[in-house]
Design a protein around this ligand. Structure first.
Ligand SMILES: [Zn+2]
Length: 420
């Protein structure tokens, strides 16, 4: 009798080890599928927009651009740690998958990089007056200093990219607060601007394509120093852009202009710029928005508040008339939107890149040349799909184990009756 019982115990142990092994392999496969593979499966279905180059323009290689917005990295105050872990992993995987596959020349992030940028402390907000206080408050000061630094480090880790890819950001209201906060504490914009080399207005010339990046929080039109500085910079950029247009429209004064020796910084055949900012330009509501991820009908009709959801009507007209952009790109609403303004200027509002803000986040791929541009939207996996795969996988796992346990018990019963 001793020999058969020994065999039975060994058999049970083998069955148990088999369960554990199969369970571990299944769990690892499910995890790898949901956390890595699914990103490739979904994102690789997207492609660069079709873009044909005319013969005369073949000398300049078109610019491949990736655009995303509203990443809203959580800080230390709001949100649950699991929310932060889950959504930041989702954004990091989606971004890294897209960047490694599409290899864009330039990436633009259209603001609200952080969710708590305006609440996040640094050492300036906790001034230490003397050596005694310095020693006493050393730990606290380091903590606060680390808070902003850690935020920045996490951002750079998540959105790491090769050195050949240029990366630009514009500021959003969650990075420095809305105007009432940002104008009250100028340090909020200064530290953001210093970290990301992001002044209130920035003119970029990349392979002959012009981009104007604007701090739309500073478009309040009042006398606050951030707003005044932004307007001065905006006028400087507008003068550069309109230099040739001004000269050609003032032919009668050609002699005067020659005497002034006014030269233009930009080549005469420069294209109209592409305006990039966080707030969309003024639109009364979202009714005219088109696109698969446009706001739902019940939200479309609610009126947009100037300077909160959109730039004020007056400042929007000013931007359009000063810059005369060929395309406007914006974020902030977390929904998609494509529309034409009254003067025919197209605007694309890009939805949030984070599962925190929508179930189906996306980014935009754009091919741009001085003559034209083309846009395509790329979706990343839906959060509901990933959750469904986990649930179905869990059910399959439980059913599979139940089946195997049942088979094993039946085998044991048969074996026991044979031994008796
Ligand atoms: Zn925003």
């Amino acid at each position: 009798m001793i020999f058969p019982l020994g065999i039975m115990r060994t058999s049970n142990a083998l069955v148990c080890a088999g369960f554990l092994k199969r369970g571990a392999i299944f769990a690892v496969c499910l995890f790898v599928f949901c956390e890595w593979f699914i990103y490739y499966m979904v994102i690789l279905q997207c492609s660069w927009p079709v873009f044909t180059i005319e013969e005369h323009a073949k000398s300049s290689e078109p610019l491949r651009t990736m655009l995303l917005t509203d990443t809203h990295l959580l800080g230390s105050k709001d949100g649950h740690w699991f929310d932060k872990l889950r959504r930041e992993w989702q954004m990091e995987r989606a971004f890294q998958t897209a960047v490694s596959y599409f290899k864009p020349d330039v990436i633009f992030l259209l603001g609200d990089l952080f969710d708590e940028g305006m609440k996040c402390s640094d050492e300036r907000k906790n001034p230490v007056k003397n050596l005694h206080e310095q020693t006493k408050a050393l730990t606290g000061t380091q903590t606060h200093k680390l808070e902003w630094n850690k935020y920045i480090q996490r951002f750079h880790k998540m959105f790491r990219h090769s050195t050949r890819t240029k990366f630009y950001v514009v500021v959003g209201n969650h990075d420095i607060g809305f105007h009432y906060e940002a104008s009250g504490d100028q340090h909020l914009f200064q530290r953001f601007s210093a970290e990301f080399d992001s002044p209130s207005v920035k003119l970029l010339n990349i392979r002959g394509n012009l981009f104007v990046l604007v701090n739309s929080i500073a478009l309040q039109g009042d006398e606050c120093s951030m707003c005044s500085e932004a307007m001065t910079q905006l006028m400087n950029v507008a003068n550069k852009l309109n230099c040739h247009r001004e000269r050609s429209s003032k032919k009668v004064y050609e002699d005067v202009i020659k005497k002034e020796k006014k030269t233009c910084d930009l080549p005469k055949d420069s294209p109209a710029p592409i305006l990039i900012q966080h707030f969309p330009l003024y639109r009364r509501n979202e009714v005219r928005c088109t696109g698969v991820d446009a706001p739902p009908d019940e939200e479309k009709r609610s009126k947009n508040r100037e300077k909160w959801e959109v730039v004020s009507k007056e400042m929007s007209q000013k931007l359009l008339s000063l810059l005369r952009p060929r395309l406007v790109l914006s974020g902030h609403t977390h929904h998609g939107c494509y529309l034409l303004h009254d003067d025919g200027t197209p605007e694309m509002t890009i939805p949030s890149f984070s599962w925190r803000n929508r179930n189906n986040p996306s980014f935009v791929l754009s091919v741009i040349s001085p003559e034209k541009f083309a846009l395509s939207k790329c979706f990343i996996p839906r959060e509901s799909t990933v959750i469904a795969v986990y649930i179905i996988g869990g059910i399959v796992f439980v059913v599979m184990n139940f089946g195997l346990t049942y088979t094993s018990l039946r085998t044991r019963r048969k074996f026991n009756s044979c031994v008796r």
